[in-house]
Ligand binder design. Sequence first.
Ligand SMILES: *[C@@H]1O[C@H](CO)[C@@H](O)[C@H](O)[C@H]1NC(C)=O
Ligand SMILES: *[C@@H]1O[C@H](CO)[C@@H](O)[C@H](O)[C@H]1NC(C)=O
Ligand SMILES: CC(=O)N[C@H]1CO[C@H](CO)[C@@H](O)[C@@H]1O
Length: 594
Amino acid sequence: MAKRKVDSENRAFQNRWEAEYMFTDIAGKPVCLVCGANVAVIKEFNIRRHYETKHQELQNLNAEEKIQRVKELKKNLRFQQTFFTRAKSQSEAAVKASFIVAQEIAKSARPFTEGEFLKSCMMKVCDVLCPENKQMFANVSLSRNTVADRICEMATDLKTQLSERSKDFTAFSLAVDESTDMTDTAQLAIFIREVDSSLCVTEEILDIKSMHGTTTGKDIFENVCQSITDMKLPWDKLIGLTTDGAPAMCSEKVGLVGRMRAKMQEENCTGELTAYHCIIHQEMLCCKVLKMEHVMNTVTQTVNFIRAKGLNHWQFQSFMREIDSEFADIPYHTEVRWLSRGKVLNRVFELSKEICQFMDSKGKDTTVLRDEKWKCELAFLADVTAHLNVLNLHLQGRDRIITDMYDTVKAFKVKLLLWETQMRQSNLPHFPCCQVMFNQVGATVFPNTHFADKLSALRTEFARRFGDFRNPFAVDVETAPVQIQMELIELQCNGTLKAKYDTAGPAQFIRSIPETMPQLRLHAAQTLCMFGSTYLCEKLFSVMKMNKTAHRSRLTDGHLQSILRISTAQELTPNLNDLTAKKRCQTSCSDKMA
Ligand SMILES: *[C@@H]1O[C@H](CO)[C@@H](O)[C@H](O)[C@H]1NC(C)=O
Ligand SMILES: *[C@@H]1O[C@H](CO)[C@@H](O)[C@H](O)[C@H]1NC(C)=O
Ligand SMILES: CC(=O)N[C@H]1CO[C@H](CO)[C@@H](O)[C@@H]1O
């Protein structure tokens, strides 16, 4: 009976309640125009009771006065409502703005406290340009903690996006490098290069791991393994692994490469992991191929001695400025790495007389530095390094796919052959430092045959590393992998495709292999996903080195990783609108709790 009574009241807002009880309907709820309270049950009784008990002061208004008052109140309410929505969108904009600033801070890897500084600048600018909007700027939170939180959220978002993308790829490769940061924590950088079914390449940072304690092959392997698991990457699509060639990385038994191979067998993968040492790690070339480590060591020791003792010496001022600018450019911990670059070897060679005088004056033994044979080797190393640097510049950069690199390396191999021949005849137009030494010591002392052999070894090494990337129309079908042989024959016999290859070139052609050749497309994907170098890792480490000092020790591993993820992001960008919306949801939820 009682129930039916409630039902029969129909529970709908009656327009006359507006004039009678000063209530209005907002989104289906009766709201008191006077105090803003709303009534839970839409029943005239409840509404009348509210009006009579809470607003006795209005009881003696006559009907006309009441209508007038309702009009005013309603106008007011509308204003408040628009004000409210505007305030809401403004506060959302303020959150987004703080994300944007935090992103800039991360990209330039500045300390989080910069946010506070930026805010104070912003407020001052606002005072001058638009004082009426001061509140809007004041609402942009840029405290250290906010900036840190925003950066972590953006990094997490990037990681999620990458993980989403990873579901749709056909092949991927990893580049792994390790470096020590300013606080002597080893940081492991893992980049992923993945190719999807339409042969589009994505190259992003997969993970950065801080390794406290040892950094053996096992430690590195476990970290890489964990990242692969975290991202749910399928082992059977792992194609290539590029490392810097350090033993912990590339040892077949205990290094990362060996352990990854073993793991892939465990996972029953059919494919074989292709491991590359980064070609641009010249010190590896120096040690392993040129066998000139002894020259490098002496140069390193000498330069370090000058750095420590002779910084103010007039003869070395410009030299040091140069070295320091190289140092700023590639701020590596291990001197060999930066020393192997640029003009340092060249400058040491040019300044060798002054360096010897200086070392003598400091009581250092200069027997080695004065040795003619050693000086010839230094000259040779300086010249070869200069050539390798030019090659490096061509090979670096993110759009360098291995097939693009093929042409560059092919040209370099041809040059090496020419240099080798010329070197055997002591004809040295492309080796200026060697030419100087040759003029000094004469043909009997200058070890031209020895150097020609080294150039030959270097050429063999290049041929070995880059032997696999050939023109698909020139590939000998018999030596090609079995699964691509049939399609390869069809490809090679197809005049239309050959014409396309000739006009588009290898790099472009690879993307236009027809869908009817799935094995070749897969093979192409596997080639495309290969990293040409650990260049990205090196770039990342230079950001890390440069900026960790600015942050001092306040930078946690997590924060450093977030910064690096944001600052090295290539195709992915944090989805700021989603992040802002999520923030709004969080705040309104916590508002309710409060
Ligand atoms: C690999 O194959 C072996 C033998 O067929 C099987 O016992 C094992 O569970 C497989 N491992 C994985 C990870 O699938
Ligand atoms: C050659 O390749 C083109 C492009 O995929 C294709 O349309 C054509 O049918 C092929 N020709 C032959 C003879 O297979
Ligand atoms: C504060 C600071 O040193 N920021 C630098 C961090 O690294 C980036 C990239 O190398 C530089 O552009 C910033 O100036």
